[in-house]
Design a protein around this ligand. Structure first.
Ligand code: CA
Length: 229
């Protein structure tokens, strides 16, 4: 669990609200509270919670409407409904309005916390990942997402094939790659066996990389190539 994920607890009944808050804090969550639908919408905007526990029966607008307005405003925060009305139609309403799960009152507080964790895990996995798309070897940097290459801070222009070849060598930095391995992975099966094209592209890369620093692409005679400092 990353530190202090924030849960917005929307519940008009003070004793249930306090019980949930105490339990969530005990389990390491940060909490914020709302007693009405209007407060919930304000808190969701202002506090940017990681998850909303949303009671359906609220004094002003109901929890389903709160969720609908959140979604209409583009807020995709995971929502777990707290509902005493465990009828199938309510459940369907809640989930089609963009809720992620629901818990029926009366609930065990441990089960509720487990559900919070499960939804955060599930929705966290679905959130857009931010992988480190930058490969680095010595002073060479290749950004696979932005299609940029820099060495010692200088931009290097590469053709798409040169880029794919360099990316493959960098992903396997330090390893000796056979010619057929490289051909298969960069050119695909069509070029299998055509070692000439590989040598040509290796020479293109060296011509662009070597003026900026010590050679990085090394030939292993009779085998293939490796990229290393
Ligand atoms: Ca209520």
């Amino acid at each position: 669990m990353s530190d202090s994920q924030r849960v917005l607890v929307v519940e008009d009944e003070a004793n249930i609200r306090d019980l949930i808050r105490t339990a969530l804090r005990f389990h390491g969550f940060d909490t914020c509270l709302a007693r009405t639908g209007a407060e919930a919408l304000r808190e969701a905007r202002g506090r940017r919670p990681d998850l909303v526990l949303l009671d359906v029966m609220l004094p002003d607008i109901d929890g389903f409407e709160v969720c609908r307005r959140l979604r209409a405003g583009g807020d995709q925060v995971p929502v777990i409904f707290l509902t005493a009305r465990d009828t199938p139609s309510d459940t369907v309403t809640g989930l089609t309005l963009g809720g992620d799960d629901y818990v029926t009152k009366p609930f065990s507080i441990d089960a509720l916390v487990a559900r919070v964790r499960a939804v955060l895990r599930r929705t966290g996995a679905a959130a857009p990942p931010e992988p480190d798309t930058v490969l680095r070897v010595a002073d060479l940097e290749l950004d696979e997402a932005r299609w940029t290459v820099r060495r010692a801070g200088a931009d290097i222009e590469l053709s798409p094939t040169e880029f794919k070849l360099l990316a493959y060598l960098m992903r396997n930095a330090g390893r000796v790659l056979t010619r057929s391995q490289i051909l298969e992975n960069v050119w695909g099966w069509d070029h299998h066996g055509n070692a000439q094209v590989l040598e040509t592209y290796i020479s293109y890369l060296r011509r662009k990389l070597d003026p900026l620093g010590p050679p990085l692409i090394h030939t292993r005679r009779g085998v293939g190539y490796s990229l290393r400092p």
